[in-house]
Design a protein around this ligand. Sequence first.
Ligand code: SF4
Ligand code: F3S
Length: 290
Amino acid sequence: MPECVINKRAKLIAQEMVSKAREEITFDNKKKLNLIWVEANGCSGNIISFLNADSPSATYFLTEVVNLKYTNSLMLAQGEKAILELNEAMKEEYALIIDGAIATKDNGVYTFTGNLDGRLINNMEEVRMTADKAKYILAVGNCASFGGISAASPNPSGSISAQEFLKDKKVINLPGCPCHPDWLMGTVANLILFGEPELDNYNRPLLFYSNTIHDFCERRSFFNNGIFAKSVGEQGCMFKIGCRGPVTRVDCPVRKWNERVSWPVEDNTPCIGCAQLGFPDLMEPFVAMD
Ligand code: SF4
Ligand code: F3S
């Protein structure tokens, strides 16, 4: 298949899947998926990234395709009322979104996520409780998928990935710092239409994580011809100043970010491997110049 056709397909996958899911829901062939979005030890960047969705918009997705039953950042209820709503939501079928790593040191005291009857609930308790009843579990972003920045050395909170914490469960990983809204919406649409998507050996959906950045990078011809940039901003492949595109598996060059305006290499910075296992510790230094 020609590269331009592959690129077009990759861009459209999420949008088409969401449209198809919405159509099937409209005709009562499928049901909207209930979502519970738990924020553990992270920065809330993934929910902000989701709100930036444009194909379709977050509003469309939330009104037409899913029922977002619980989310620390977006729901109106606060404190005990929020946890009571969570308990209600857990009585129905749902997919769990885990956002952030799980802080485990000192029995989870570094990340409290709620309170009930005067008792604080930490991220370990909330994730375990919601995971036990979930039909599907999605780890959104690099922290939930692989530990990410939350687990970076020296990792004072003892943070670990959702899969490390939930050893007895299957966790679908959607790494990225943050997760692109298309990777999340496309995967959720796939769950509605077909169930669990095909995954790689790190439990990432092949729909979005099957190629490296390097495979479709617009500077690949520079790499192939041995033309390398010596500093950020120069023309040429950025491999010799630290680009992690050859080892980072996701589709940024064809999907792009921020309403498809651009992506890191197009903006003259190397890929720092934000979607890859080992980010950030194993991806440093992000830029290496003499
Ligand atoms: Fe590969 Fe990075 Fe060079 Fe692009 S800039 S060709 S991703 S090494
Ligand atoms: Fe991250 Fe590299 Fe894409 S830094 S946003 S995986 S180009």
